[in-house]
Design a protein around this ligand. Structure first.
Ligand code: GLT
Ligand code: MN
Ligand code: MN
Length: 387
């Protein structure tokens, strides 16, 4: 088996809504028939995925009766059992129904806010039935087009109330979910509340149960905001708050393209994989993306295969980067400048006194460059396959 053949141990997951994307966009109709959940599970299993994730309405139509719901769940679970596929993450569609046109947890209509809680509790019940342990909150419609509409402070309080309520529900039901909040700067709303990883992270610590809540950052969402995604992910990781991740591709300054992982900004994708692999992060490598609208179903499976394959190729590049003697020597030299590797400055009365008295060789410190041109060229050469 090739180094780049996906297998369940790689923990690749896809949303039902990703491979199920029919190509509908604001300017055109669907171009592909919807792929059923059962067919998705079977086909992704063949391709080596670990599991699928879903919104309540990816599986259960909005107006299904209780009996229809149970039938659909039974059939879906049978496909999971037959293939060994898992459902590690579940979420709620709080954006498709016109009732959510002004948001869900932050709608100006208190009835909508209450309905959003009801819908989420029911979707949490469904997720648990399918074995999900992570619950994602993407507040796609939690925002405004005009600031005349909402008091942003009040909106944050509504958002917080909703999450506090649902954390209590999680505890009361003994569900054991970890909640993962997904920031996005805009689209479908003109501006969405809690637009970046940093905003979201700060918000988490204002909740009643901050330990239960972390993040689900998405490549495209940070790139839309012009940010370096791996820096945001590193901050979440370092805080112990990377609960889930949405991998995809995006050109900066565009609408939310949700392109195949690694199809744009290969270097950014490389440093993201490096971060996840070097830190031995054991979460799901989830793809929140879809294939080009030009494609038919064959293209959908090419897209799915390509997403996993690119991740594994980049993982191999990370190993090459880490083992490259020239790169290692450059990094070792940087790490040894003026301190033992990993040594940190920590305040004590003695260390402060020593620092006050220390003489620095400033001319030498000013003179020496950092060799980043060479380091980056070597990185590019690793990526281009000549090292
Ligand atoms: C939607 C959105 C994504 C979110 C999904 C979870 S749904 O496709 O574009 O970024 O992660 O609600
Ligand atoms: Mn996403
Ligand atoms: Mn997206």
């Amino acid at each position: 088996m090739s180094l780049f053949t996906p297998a369940p141990e790689h923990r690749f997951t896809f949303g039902l809504w990703t491979v199920g994307n029919t190509g509908r966009d604001p300017f055109g109709d669907a171009v592909r028939p919807a792929i059923t959940a059962v067919h998705t599970v079977r086909h992704l299993a063949k391709l080596g995925a670990y599991g699928v994730n879903l919104h309540d309405n990816d599986l259960i139509p909005r107006d299904a009766s209780a009996a229809e719901r149970d039938g659909i769940v039974r059939e879906f679970k049978a496909a999971l059992d037959e293939t060994g596929m898992k459902v590690p993450m579940a979420t709620t569609n709080l954006f498709g129904d016109p009732v959510f046109r002004d948001g869900a947890f932050t709608s100006n209509d208190a009835r909508v806010r209450a309905f959003a809680l009801q819908k989420t509790m029911r979707a949490m019940d469904l997720g648990v039935e399918l074995g999900a342990t992570t619950y994602v909150f993407w507040g796609g419609r939690e925002g405004v087009e005009t600031n005349a509409a909402k008091d942003p402070q009040e909106s944050l309080k509504w958002f917080r109330d909703a999450l506090n309520f649902l954390c209590e529900y999680n505890i009361a039901q003994g569900y054991g979910y970890q909640f993962a909040l997904e920031p996005k700067p805009n689209e479908p709303r003109g501006d969405i509340f809690l637009p970046t990883i940093g905003h979201m992270l700060a918000f988490v610590y204002t909740l009643d149960h901050p330990d239960m809540v972390g993040l689900n950052p998405e490549v495209a969402h940070d790139q839309m905001a012009g940010l370096d995604f791996s820096h945001g992910v590193a901050q979440a990781l370092e805080a112990g708050k990377l609960f889930h991740i949405d991998l995809n591709g995006q050109k900066p300054g565009r609408f939310d393209q949700d392109l195949r992982f690694g199809s744009e900004d290969v270097k950014g994708a490389f440093f993201l994989v490096k971060l996840l692999e070097d830190s031995k992060w054991d979460g799901m490598r989830h793809f929140d993306s879809h294939c080009y609208r030009t494609e038919d179903e064959a293209g959908v499976w090419e897209f799915a295969k390509g997403s996993m394959r690119t991740y594994l190729i980049l993982k191999d590049k990370v190993a090459r980067f880490n083992a490259d003697p020239e790169i290692k020597a450059l990094l070792a030299e940087l790490a040894s400048r003026g301190a033992a590797p990993g040594q940190r400055l920590k305040y004590t009365a003695e260390s402060a006194q020593e620092l006050r008295d220390r003489t620095f060789d400033l001319p030498a410190m000013r003179e020496k460059g950092y060799d980043y041109e060479r380091l980056d060229q070597l990185t590019v050469e690793v990526l281009l396959g000549v090292r």
